[in-house]
Write a protein that binds this ligand. Sequence first.
Ligand code: FES
Length: 576
Amino acid sequence: MPSGGGLRSTQWFGATGRSGMAYRGWMRSQGFTPEVFDGRPVIGIATTWSELAPCNVHLHRVAESVKRGVWQAGGFPLEFPAMALGETLLRPTAMLYRNLLAMEAEELMRANPLDGVVLLSGCDKTTPGLLMAAASVDLPAVMVTGGPMLNGKYQGTDVGSGTAVWRFEEDLVAGRMTQEECVFAEGCMARSNGHCMTMGTASTMASMAEALGMQLPYSATWPAVDARRYETAQRAGQVVVGLVRDDLRPSAIMTRAAFENAIRVNAAIGGSTNAVIHLLAIAGRLGVPLALDDFDVLARDVPTLVNLQPSGQYLMEDFCYAGGLPAVMRELAENGLLHADAITVTGSAVGANVADAPCWNREVVKSVAEPFQPAGTGTAVLRGNLAPGGAVIKQSASSPHLLKHRGRALVFDSPADYYAVSNDPDLDVDEDTVLVIRYCGPRGYPGMPEVSNVALPRKLLLRGVRDMVRICDGRMSGTAYGTVVLHVAPEAATGGPLALVRTGDWITLDVPARTLTLEVGDEELTARRARWEPRAPHASRGWTHLYTEHVLQADTGADLDFLVGASGHPVPKDSH
Ligand code: FES
């Protein structure tokens, strides 16, 4: 039971007189019997279900399983909607709305008579958005992610959602596929409920939630249509009631040790670079000191163990059958790469949770002794005069021969500007060129979209070139691949050095040395800066205005400045 005695919800449902009648009476219009107001824990189920967010469309069924578990454990479940963010449809990018989801969910959790919450997420931004909210309210919380789709199947081979799209597009441009074949292939790729089944951002963030201790073991990997996903959801309903009774809150679970575990797990699974931004934002809500460089330092000792697309071969369904995330975490724990004593929503430490986790397929989940990729091939943090605030690159998705590279810049002020000429046979570009795509950061696009891995110029694709260095202040889908320097901070729209690059400048990328250098002298850069003019604001009203006025840079998580930190859950004033 919470310290101080009594459940939060009794302030509403235990009230007498006019207020109590109002709180209970209108709830009884749903047909609840009076004993649901007898002081049992009230559990909110925050669902990001929507037909506009196809990865989350089954969450209303997952919620039913959660409710069963809550009733079983003696709680009172109440489902409520939180903003659904579908990666595939939202323009200009779902990331523009992650902080809005976090703000909405935080306020709903605080303003309602809830003692604990179950967070139902799936598509990329819904997991970090809900975790940010739960961190700021700090009510006992369990996450249940919706699970990955079944493996895509096309012409007898497995195809990964997202990852295959990039390849199909290249094949279409290069004439290896027809438009009709592409339309057929898209139906083969997304063939069940669930989120992307590559190790993209959704799978990564589901794994992060499990690694942080915020969802039950195996939750990240059960396919969306697997009965065990629903079993786990029911179990989560039982567990959250126990968390309320024990007063175990997100702030006690998502500690610095838990974030270090998550960063190492992200390296071991070959996870998305988006985890960097989201984990920084969640940590910022909790006051946990976490810095961009932690992602490089902590990941350097960790080999990639999971052989999944886009860095590897297999897909999430295979990962599930091979033993799921606990098999990876056990391997890390046994090699001293995990804080085994970090507490989780099970009430047990993470080491105990994974101590006996089996691995059924060493092709998919490799060992530390014989890893898929050696230590030091994960996400690297770069610095230099082009990115004084830092930038990241996913080494496992890059071409090894490009990790040390010097080339002349070809600069575009938007992806649209680039695509307007990318098919031009006379475009002055070769495989050594460094493509610079800018004004794609949090303030610039706005919302920092996943546009950084622009498709290669057609003339290079036709010559068989499959990769080249690209530099951008935007993000890259976790399902994508390529030698792409991302999250350059400060972004061009705030006058960062990226805004000062000119076509023809020399740029040196040296990932082993962790540097990104624009070979232009300070004097010349100062002169260019004096001539630089900021762009007009994107909007004069509404969310976009609020967002662009207050969004922070990528190196601290791109939260809004006034949302960093926590307000807790007290609301002393009554509404009646
Ligand atoms: Fe939703 Fe990939 S589009 S997870």
